[in-house]
Ligand binder design. Sequence first.
Ligand SMILES: Nc1nc2c(ncn2[C@@H]2O[C@H](COP(=O)(O)OP(=O)(O)OP(=O)(O)O)[C@@H](O)[C@H]2O)c(=O)[nH]1
Length: 422
Amino acid sequence: MAREMPVWRVRSQLMDSDMDYERPNVETIKCVVVGDNAVGKTRLICARACNATLTQYQLLATHVPTVWAIDQYRVCQEVLERSRDVVDDVSVSLRLWDTFGDHHKDRRFAYGRSDVVVLCFSIANPNSLHHVKTMWYPEIKHFCPRAPVILVGCQLDLRYADLEAVNRARRPLARPIKPNEILPPEKGREVAKELGIPYYETSVVAQFGIKDVFDNAIRAALISRRHLQFWKSHLRNVQRPLLQAPFLPPKPPPPIIIVPDPPSNNEERPAHLLEDPLCADVILVLQEKIKIYAHKIYLSTSSSKFYDLFLMDLGEEDQHSVAGHGFAGAVTTAAERMLHQEERHHARDFLLRAASFDICESAEEAGSGQRKPCLRASTSDGILRGNRSFPGRAEVPVHGGAGRERAGPHAHRSHRGAPGGV
Ligand SMILES: Nc1nc2c(ncn2[C@@H]2O[C@H](COP(=O)(O)OP(=O)(O)OP(=O)(O)O)[C@@H](O)[C@H]2O)c(=O)[nH]1
């Protein structure tokens, strides 16, 4: 036989405003939202209660000081449905109360019997954070000393937004947001720590932190209620307000890459650059009269010797040498200077590597009687005689085989096929 509930118990339950009369197992939580004007209280409430999502520019264009009406839970079925939630195994109905941001207005009616207070400031308005300590927290403690408080930094997206664009989009009379006014998360955390309350950040635009704030406000309210009504066994699993996961700012849009149309006529072909002496950055002088225009990048990609040579810092002296004696002359002068500077080691190595830059017509291939182009390093005997058996005038025949550098009047054309070429 079912046990009858005593009349006093039924009456006390009916009078208990914590209960949802339509669903007796659902606890009603009254959550008051306070904070300065235009910090985003109403938007935050609408995001939770009505699932309202707006773009940043819609938000910016539509601020009118408003108080979201608590009546919504009575007149709008959808809002009532969305108020219901289950947090840590407890079924609740969250009733949000919006308030005026005006410091001088009386908010007593809103604070009455509240279970938790959400105290908002804007991360783009340092004054609103200052008022948290000087005005809002004392007021809350005055009207509802036992209600837990949660600090919320609203408009978090502004920390990562293009403020110039935001200021342009705001209503003409709105105060522009300056970059140095944007508060880092540490500022909010500092104040929260000082007051001994949890801290969260939200953005209605990025839909970030809204659930964190209200779920943890519910937790705080349930914990505080458990202290008062310790016999409520179904609150056993309720946790303390949890730490918020960090916000991952949106990635900036990828840069726009514009690929120019291919050149329409022959004159504009990229290969044309190779043939045009104006575009060359190296001149190879053959036998002091034939000039070959070339490009450092093509030479370097085709042979490590050129690469090494171009990495050398040739002084003015060497530049003259290039003009007077050709490339090999410059190489030799640089090497001599190195030797004089007692960097014999490096110079010899360098000479060995660069020994094939000067061109000689007269080398004869052994036994064939044929004349072959060759490269010559015109180093002075004096320098080299002291170094092993390296001859004073090195003549290296040029072979066209793979892995060898082809020098001569067609040198720069042959490099077009080199790796990295056009
Ligand atoms: N960028 C951005 N702007 C927001 C956000 N929330 C609110 N805003 C802006 O803040 C303005 C004020 O928002 P409300 O929610 O009306 O502010 P309130 O605190 O209720 O203001 P009062 O009604 O005057 O007390 C809005 O017009 C928006 O421009 C947000 O998450 N991001």
